[in-house]
Design a protein around this ligand. Structure first.
Ligand SMILES: [Zn+2]
Length: 188
């Protein structure tokens, strides 16, 4: 059951890795953005407008949240927006990025009554892509090991080192490993 869950996660991670790799190539010289805007709270006629924004440009992904209290635009309907530009950098919010890593959190007053807050976190795709590859790599390695072990067991070889056990019984004379019970009984 646990292995099944890990397999699902590894598969999902692999798909995300492929998507991130494609995004990496695509946004080396362009900009892509997905944002979701909504009005989160209404106190009388003073709504707080919020925008969740995920964008990729120049091989960097950034996720940000912008909030504006006492929005002068009133209560706006929730909406999704997807956009892309051919030049990187358009719409980049982060003022400082170190190798693509960045964190930015700022609150200020756009007017005496309007408070704005912007929180942005960014990471480079050159680290996101390999990170998403960790789980699929571990899963593949585990699957190959299980397969090798089953093959050795089936062919009368030590499951640990592959030593030929057809002429011996009990633990492996080469590495000392006790063999799985069904194997010992079958060979005894
Ligand atoms: Zn052995």
């Amino acid at each position: 059951m646990k292995r099944w869950i890990f397999g699902m996660l590894a598969g999902a991670s692999f798909v995300m890795m492929l998507g991130a790799a494609a995004l990496w190539v695509e946004t080396r010289a362009s900009y892509r953005n997905v944002r979701f805007e909504r009005t989160v709270a209404v106190e009388g006629n003073r709504p707080t407008w919020e925008c969740i924004d995920i964008s990729a440009a120049g091989g960097v992904v950034q996720a940000g949240r912008m909030r504006m209290s006492n929005s002068p635009n009133g209560t706006l309907p929730a909406r999704w927006n997807v956009s892309s530009h051919k030049s990187p950098g358009t719409g980049r919010i982060l003022p400082e990025v170190w190798l693509g890593f960045g964190y930015f959190d700022r609150t200020w007053n756009a007017s005496p009554t309007i408070e704005r807050r912007t929180t942005v976190l960014s990471a480079p795709l050159w680290i996101i892509v390999p990170a998403l590859g960790i789980a699929p790599t571990l899963w593949t390695r585990g699957a190959l090991r299980r397969r090798r072990r089953a093959w050795r067991e089936c062919h009368g070889l030590c499951v640990g080192c592959g030593y030929d056990l057809r002429a011996s019984s009990g633990a492996c004379p080469e590495c000392g490993l006790e063999q799985p019970a069904p194997q010992q009984q079958a060979r005894a």
